[in-house]
Design a protein around this ligand. Sequence first.
Ligand SMILES: Nc1ncnc2c1ncn2[C@@H]1O[C@H](COP(=O)(O)OP(=O)(O)OP(=O)(O)O)[C@@H](O)[C@H]1O
Length: 261
Amino acid sequence: MLRIGELTVGYEPDVPVLHTVSMALPPNGVHAIVGPNGAGKTTLLHTIAGHLRPTTGYVMLDGRDITGIRAVRAARAGIALAPQGRRLWSSLTVRDHLTMTRPAATAQEQGRDWSVDDLLDVFPALAARLHHRAHELSGGEQQMLTLARALRLAPRLLLCDEPTEGLAPTVANRIRAVLADLPRHGVTVLVTLPQARAAANLAHTVHVLTAGRLSDPVDPTTTHADDLIRRHLGLTTDDEPSPRTEPRTTVRACHRPPAHG
Ligand SMILES: Nc1ncnc2c1ncn2[C@@H]1O[C@H](COP(=O)(O)OP(=O)(O)OP(=O)(O)O)[C@@H](O)[C@H]1O
């Protein structure tokens, strides 16, 4: 569904943050990018979402060249971003956020059209907070609202930047479970996560981004996946417990994507 080739992106001339990044994501899966702070994860998502223009390279969505298009056009093409830091409108209520946001994608490019009620079913915690302002919500509720608002745009590709950052483990697990279920609704998910273990438990493919360079995709179900991810991250075996020590069934998406897309 998404194909990126030789993408170089920077904020200043001749200072690239991403170096010739290439990636091909099949549709209807959950795909994770892990990497340390400052690796360029946000930069990559913002480039796909049309907030940043690459210096070189291309971004293709379902065979259509969307390189360098503006964010509004990326949304029309079926891409939504749930940004890091949430960026909610603090004085508006949950209801305001969900009713003010409408499907942005054109009919042809649109994914599922999520009604407000659909989204409250996905995030029951928000139903109880419908008339509360964003700044009155807990961190977990704010993150749920960020995701719900992005889904209101009816995307086929949802970009989630560190959606579990700073959340209690149970809330983070709930968020990951929602993401794992989205491919069932025709939404492909590209999510950045700080922890290799969480990414391996959730995603169908994991890419590691370090210092602006992206690894080849790793299939977390293969025998050497943990070692491979760890090696890409430059970790020793003691730095993070094995992904296989956690039950995968809690969040792993049940619909595997086709091998090619
Ligand atoms: N608006 C900006 N102007 C200049 N440099 C920036 C800007 N935003 C990010 N950078 C730099 O680009 C590099 C990559 O940042 P980015 O936020 O993409 O990394 P990240 O992997 O998402 O890290 P984090 O998890 O800390 O958000 C960093 O060196 C950062 O300082």
